[in-house]
Design a protein around this ligand. Structure first.
Ligand code: AHG
Ligand code: MN
Ligand code: MN
Length: 333
């Protein structure tokens, strides 16, 4: 594999396959540049006054960390003037952010979770940025309604993990590619192509402390894993839970497994904890593009037509056989 930069990779893809319009390519480069800046802020840590709480709440009633706000601003400032976007939506903003009149308007809609895994910032554990791109439907102006499209309509999706390495993982519908940030060069360099999620892994990721609140099909699936060699699965399982979706899903994309954040009884009116538009959809597309499966227990996540910007969803994603199994337990319940 050639160690080429993200820019060169996108240009070559555009030439070879012709399925990355130039505006989309330029926008992805801007998103990558913003991620580089966020990565720098993350790395500075206590030296950059980026740790700790901002003493404010976001629209979901969650306490904002300073880095949540910084990352959100970096993404907006980097993207608003480029001419590729009509509007943006973020976990940290209640409504959509329409590109101001003083800048040219484009045809794309960008959604992001600027900083995923906020609770890990202050303990120096991997965090990340998740993003998803849609095309604005025809018509004058742009509204929140324009964002309410099924994940199957995404034209690009990806995430950046700020961990021991900073890696950018991307799909434009032609497989999954991984770039690693070369800090000396200041550029993302292609380090993996054609990512595939192994089909029969022995690892699951779920917040076990919520066990007593889960629905029966999730209880059944996890109980069987826990019985290991002595149970119906006939093999031992391992468990990992970083608590940052980006890091947990990155591990699963790399070595297989299943990631779950199911509905639970604590807040029965909420479909789940994770957000459909800027967490579940982009991650689902990456998983599917790598040969995995992603459902909400009932249906493919990317087929859900959202009814609101910050809609939540139950999530089961990862290796095909495992996600098929836990989804089957739901239909049998
Ligand atoms: P965010 O930091 O963007 O609010 O997302 C946190 C999410 C997700 O990254 C992770 O999988 C999950 O919350 C962790 O939840 P628990 O606190 O229940 O472990
Ligand atoms: Mn998140
Ligand atoms: Mn977040």
């Amino acid at each position: 594999m050639k160690r080429i930069s993200l820019t060169r990779y996108l240009v070559e893809q555009q030439r070879l396959a012709g399925h990355i319009p130039p505006e989309l390519r330029l926008m992805l480069e801007v998103v990558a540049r913003a991620c580089k800046r966020i990565s720098q802020a993350v790395n500075k840590g206590a030296l950059g006054d980026v740790m700790g709480s901002a003493n404010s709440e976001n629209v979901q009633g969650e306490m904002q960390k300073k880095l949540d706000i910084i990352a959100n601003e970096v993404l907006i400032e980097a993207n608003e003037w480029g001419g590729h976007l009509a509007a943006m939506a973020s976990e940290e903003m209640e409504g959509i952010y329409v590109v101001p009149n003083r800048y040219p308007q484009g045809e794309y809609l960008l959604m992001f979770d600027p900083l995923d895994g906020s609770s890990n910032i202050d303990v120096n554990v991997s965090i990340g940025t998740i993003f998803s791109v849609l095309v604005k439907p025809e018509g004058v102006g742009v509204s929140e309604q324009d964002f309410l499209q099924a994940g199957a309509r995404q034209v690009a999706a990806g995430y950046c993990v700020y961990g021991p390495q900073t890696t950018l993982v991307l799909t434009v519908g032609d497989g999954v590619v991984v770039f690693t940030l070369d800090r000396e060069q200041g550029s993302f360099v292609l380090t993996e192509e054609h990512l595939r999620v192994p089909e029969d892994p022995k690892e699951f990721a779920i917040n076990m402390s919520n066990q007593r609140h889960w629905a029966a099909p999730v209880q059944q699936y996890i109980n069987e894993c826990l019985q290991g060699k002595d149970g119906p699965r006939g093999k031992d399982f391992n468990m990992r839970w970083v608590g940052s979706m980006v890091a947990d899903v990155h591990r699963i994309l790399t070595r297989g497994g299943v990631f779950m954040y199911p509905w639970d009884k604590r807040e029965p009116e909420k479909a789940g904890k994770l957000r459909l538009l800027y967490e579940a959809n982009p991650m689902s597309w990456l998983i599917e593009q790598a040969g995995g499966v992603s459902t909400n227990g009932q249906q493919r996540i990317m087929d859900i037509v959202p009814t609101k910007l910050h809609e939540r969803v139950s999530v089961f994603m990862g290796s095909k056989n495992e996600v098929d199994r836990v989804t089957r337990y739901h239909s049998e319940a």
